[in-house]
Design a protein around this ligand. Structure first.
Ligand code: ATP
Ligand code: MG
Length: 350
């Protein structure tokens, strides 16, 4: 087993630079998730580790080995893609063993490894079926099985669950977590689903425009984001942001119709206040906000509010007493729950 280390990794396609000097260390056995909006470079970075994209500059280490210019087959990695790419004319068993067979492994070894992967993925009942006779989730299990039989030092997943329906996604997410527990290999997993990122990762790497916005454990990113981008990306529904101006040790927030305490900073500085939907209460006696819409999911509902100044905000409500559309309300929250960012740089003000 091996960790992965990226040193000053750069990727250019012609004149266009898409990865801008990434430094990252992934520990041996760690589950690392790359997350970020479409086009931020998640797949490119993963494919560079796999050796499917040439590295323009920088270095990729897997364990003690510099693999930067190595062939994909030499790197000790196995990749699982969004599309399962199974051979349609082969059975499940043949699909899983094919890579080993091509590499000239003896049949006994192949059978043993396929049996092990079959057990881990609970595919016993499907071994003689062809891919066309499998559900999406079963097909994806087979493609994960194909990765397992290769016994890689590092598993690479590029959005493996995005072709599955919502229910199956949850099921497979749990399976992948279990797989990681059982085999303990280093895994790098790309997704733009932040629930997957939060639940699977030991370490999340939030990417934005080919740069790292922040690296950390899921709850550290949730509790202590370094910038507005990460604050808005991690957490669902997303953090609310309200414009304001610093008065020194306080911030004047027009949408709240009042000032709130904030870390001391230059008077007059334009700031953005952040507050998560789950950290806001509704005060029926207040009058700063109107409830425009309620989304009721059962155990929880989301109230969509608009302030007199026209700024929108989401409040999460639980329990028996909840707001109704058309209500005129105020907000309650603890000052400790507030985040502040510079309005221009979007960096956190601490
Ligand atoms: N062959 C290429 N030539 C030029 N630009 C490319 C090429 N491949 C990817 N890019 C660009 O590199 C950037 C990163 O792409 P990448 O596929 O890594 O994004 P991603 O984060 O995986 O997005 P998604 O969530 O949509 O899969 C994008 O702006 C993309 O247009
Ligand atoms: Mg991608």
């Amino acid at each position: 087993m091996s960790g992965v280390k990226l040193n000053q990794l750069i990727k250019r396609y012609g004149d266009v630079q898409v990865i801008h000097g990434i430094d990252l260390e992934i520990e041996d056995g760690e589950f690392c998730v790359f997350v970020g909006p479409s086009g931020c470079g998640k797949s490119t970075l993963l494919r560079m580790v796999a050796g499917l994209e040439e590295t323009t500059e920088g270095q990729i280490m897997i364990g003690p080995r510099d693999v930067t210019t190595m062939d994909p087959s030499q790197r000790g990695v196995a990749m699982v893609f969004q599309t399962y790419a199974l051979y349609p004319h082969m059975t499940v068993k043949e699909n899983m063993g094919f890579g080993l067979k091509m590499n000239g492994h003896p049949k006994a070894v192949i059978d043993e490894k396929v049996a092990e992967a079959t057990r881990i993925l609970k595919l016993e009942d499907y071994l003689s079926r062809k891919p066309a006779a499998l559900s999406g989730g079963q097909r994806q299990r087979v493609s994960i099985g194909r990765a397992i039989v290769r016994g890689p030092e590092v598993f690479l997943f590029d959005e493996p669950l995005s072709n599955l329906d919502a229910e199956l996604r949850v099921e497979m997410r749990v399976e992948i977590a279990r797989l990681h527990k059982e085999i303990g290999a280093t895994m790098i997993y790309v997704t733009h689903d932040q629930v997957e990122a939060m639940t699977l990762a030991d370490k999340i790497v939030v990417l934005k425009g080919g740069y790292i916005a922040q690296v950390g454990a899921p709850m550290d990113l949730y509790r202590d984001p370094d910038n507005k981008f990460v604050a808005g990306f991690i957490g669902s529904p997303a953090m609310n942001f309200l414009d304001g101006t610093s008065t020194g040790a306080k911030a004047e927030i027009p949408a709240l119709g009042k000032t709130v305490r904030m870390p001391k900073t230059d008077k007059g500085r334009a700031v953005v206040m952040g507050l998560r939907p789950e950290h806001i209460g509704v005060d029926p006696k207040g009058k700063t906000h109107t409830v425009e819409l309620i989304e009721s999911l059962g155990g929880v509902s989301y109230a969509y509010l608009v302030s007199e100044t026209g700024e929108k905000l989401i409040v999460e409500e639980r329990g028996d007493v909840r707001s109704a559309e058309g209500d005129n309300v105020g907000l309650t929250f603890e000052n400790e729950r507030l985040y502040f960012f510079d309005a221009d740089t979007e960096e956190r003000i601490r």
